[in-house]
Design a protein around this ligand. Sequence first.
Ligand SMILES: Nc1nc2c(ncn2[C@@H]2O[C@H](COP(=O)(O)OP(=O)(O)OP(=O)(O)O)[C@@H](O)[C@H]2O)c(=O)[nH]1
Ligand SMILES: [Mg+2]
Length: 372
Amino acid sequence: MKITVIIPTYNEEENIKILVPLLEKKFQLFPDYTFKLLFVDGNSKDGSVEVIKELIKEYKNIELIVEQEKSGLGGAYIKGYKYSIEKLNSDYVVEMDADLQHNPDDFPKLIEKVKEDYDLVIGSRYVKGGSVPKEWALYRKLISYFGSLFARIVLRIFKVKDFTSGFRLTKVRGVLDQIDFSKIKSKGFAYKMDMLVRIYDMKSRIVEVPIAFGLRDRGTSKMEQKNFQDSLKVVLEFAKERNKNFIKFIMVGFGGLFVDATLFNIISLTLEPYYSAIFSGFVAMLFTFLLNNFFSFRERQKNKTSELLVFFLAYALSSLVPIIARGYIIYLFVYEFGDTLIIRNVAFFIGIFLGLIWNYTVYSKIIWKKNV
Ligand SMILES: Nc1nc2c(ncn2[C@@H]2O[C@H](COP(=O)(O)OP(=O)(O)OP(=O)(O)O)[C@@H](O)[C@H]2O)c(=O)[nH]1
Ligand SMILES: [Mg+2]
């Protein structure tokens, strides 16, 4: 079993000197495995490259790639992955920072999982036993935690808690070698999220092990302001690709809402508000059925007239539920809080929100179900 530990470096001479002996010691805990240490240096301006070359003389299992020009964290890793797969014939790849924030004492926890045949093992700060430095400013803790949470919710990946951890082990065969590296959306920090989403989408076996993420004691941080925007961009691009139907459904919904709200307000000038809501709801329903069929769920579209009729009936029946519920909510609100424009509309929008959840579920799971 060949395991390659890829470590990107940029101006980390002090850290490299400390890290290498510590890691080499950990390698000895697993005599059945062959470990390689692969440094990908972004053409450091300090003595990192010289330090690594010295270490190569001392330890026989170290390899070094020096980039002509620093290409970002993702860029460095992509070079490292390719080299590990093509030149080193690795079975597993570990990703790890050089600055000792990833503690070598946590390294064996990742390797232990190899025998359980996981596809991806994540050193996680957000499972029981994991941690981020106490000394981190509150804003950094919040950004890190809520950043992960945001990505998980938007991408509906709930089983992974630490989305941006850079301490991981990945299987090569069937996982890493299935990834087209030219498609990775980021050359920077956000490559981590990109890789995670791709691996998750392969229906991989993923596990998290707790790690204590440390403070950087030596050298300078390469964390950049743009990492945040970069990460947000990657998450939103994936969200767009993964939720195409939902985004179109929402657009159609807004169209329907516009028709519905305008009609409601016009008609309720003369009719009782709960009758007006029922009427405007029906008109909006017809409008959205046609757009959903020919636009949102186009690839699952009904074309035969008989099918269209049957499904419109089902659509209408299911849509009746939120429309009637909404009429009732408005009735209750008006009865309870008085009949003002604000009360009517507050109740109206609460009804809309509940209806949204109901409708998308029924449409995507029943009416325009996949592979009928
Ligand atoms: N080759 C290469 N390595 C990089 C690049 N940017 C960062 N690194 C290395 O990647 C690792 C992680 O970078 P850090 O600056 O520690 O980022 P961080 O851990 O998110 O931020 P801090 O908590 O502030 O340290 C370190 O080993 C860096 O030396 C790059 O553009 N090219
Ligand atoms: Mg760091």
